[in-house]
Design a protein around this ligand. Structure first.
Ligand code: SF4
Length: 62
């Protein structure tokens, strides 16, 4: 199963919660924003969606 990892950079405040919680290191902070640099590793667990304080992340099944 594959997943699209979508980060709304207008909403992202760069707190890094997704970077800390993701078990497969999908995210990196770049210029104060979360970027899904390893989106192909996503497991679809939605932990990042749950911890994001600004509702900036959407995970979609491909
Ligand atoms: S859904 Fe899970 S595996 Fe995918 S980016 Fe979010 S925390 Fe990482």
């Amino acid at each position: 199963m594959a997943w699209n990892v979508i980060v709304d950079s207008d909403k992202c405040t760069g707190d890094g919660e997704c970077v800390d919680v993701c078990p497969v290191e999908v995210y990196e902070l770049q210029d104060g924003k979360a970027v899904a640099v390893n989106a192909e590793e996503c497991l679809g667990c939605e932990s990042c969606v749950e911890v994001c304080p600004s509702d900036a992340i959407v995970i979609e099944e491909v």
